[in-house]
Design a protein around this ligand. Sequence first.
Ligand code: HAX
Length: 437
Amino acid sequence: MSTLKETLFKKIQEHRPRTTKLVKECADVKLGDVTVGQAIGGARGVRCLVTDISYLDPMEGIRFRGMTIPETFAALPKVPGSEYPYVEGFWYLLLTGDVPTMEQTLEVVEDWKQRSAVPEYVIDVLRALPRDSHPMAMFSAAIVAMQRESVFASNYAAGKFNKMTCWEDMYEDANTLMARLGPIGAYIYRMKYKGDTHIAPDPELDMGGQFAHMIGQSDEYKDVARMYFILHSDHESGNVSAHTTHLVASALSDAYYAYSAGINGLAGPLHGLANEEVLRWTQNFMQKLGGEVPTEEGLKEALWATLNSGQVIPGYGHAVLRKTDPRYTSQREFCMNTPGLKDYPLFQLVKMIFEVAPGVLTEHGKAKNPWPNVDAQSGVIQWYYGVTEYEYYTVLFGIGRALGCLANITWDRALGYGIERPKSLTTAMLEEAAGIA
Ligand code: HAX
């Protein structure tokens, strides 16, 4: 058994009595009431999900296993010669809550290498799709195509389902998926945008570095990939991609079905697609000004024009956060510390939007959070490094988001979380409850 699996096994054994006690002895303890606004408005803030992998504080932002983003980056073993940690070590942290040693990290690196070959039939599926299909549709199709390889599903079908040990099958599928998502994403990228020419993997590289190599990027981009995948990994369970993955897996669907569904949710413009929209919006705006960074007044006008036409300002606002997203701050710091990026006109504009948009949104008076989210920054970095195909950005997000989603559904099975089935009411019932029938 690998060190990761053995550690995870111990953690699960330790954790199970806590969940059992809560279910057996405290099932009636109330966590809050649901209002009519929450029932109609997407269950915002309803406390009915449990995860220990990350927690999102409205004011402080995300903590992965209790650690802030800077603490996480500082604690994890770094790729030699790089400022950023191995994605594989971060996976170890998400799954177990322990910061791995270099040796433990390298064990995962090796394990993923062994699992990373993309089957030929997945390539066939991708090639059979019209070339103008959205890359997220391609990504989702490739993931669900691999369902035939699910250890979880095949053991279930063979009558070997065991509530106590089924997490091990989920763990197998989760690791295989994690190992292949980068190469699949790279295949889609090269097929669609780089003349259908492909780059063989380099056996020396870690997951993040390999992705950069396989899309044909510079050495510098290897750190961008590592940073990007880690930053986008998890945002507790309630966001659309994580919740969808959890929901689908709660029917004992395997990781391939569940994460393919999560990807479909991530493809929405209010969720993962926002990073594409941010860059399109920002560049259109800059183009109108003949490539110049606007004046503050000009920018204010453009923001108001967007709002007055009924559109949202992409990259701003959040369902939970009530301050600047620390994932935004982390990427902003990357830009500030990278010589070419620091003075890059597009970054100058993004910086200026950060100074102006919160005031405009506050004056507009609708958004509960006028501050930027993760998507307000990420497109600029990609564009700078020559990844200029906007529509692809959500695939990058999807590779990273898998870390959180798949770690969560492994734990869902370990702790025997139930099939999801919230109760619906009719409009008339709400009116009656509100005394307006
Ligand atoms: N620009 C203009 N209006 C905004 C706004 C923005 N950036 N953010 C919120 N609002 C509006 C909402 O549309 C809503 O208006 P209505 O009452 O007319 O429907 C009102 O303010 C209240 O919304 P809220 O409670 O503050 O926000 P929600 O929880 O409903 O939605 C969203 C959160 C992130 C979807 C929202 O802020 C938004 O649309 N932002 C722009 C798109 C975006 O950046 N999405 C990416 C979010 C991060 C993420 O998940 N990435 O994957």
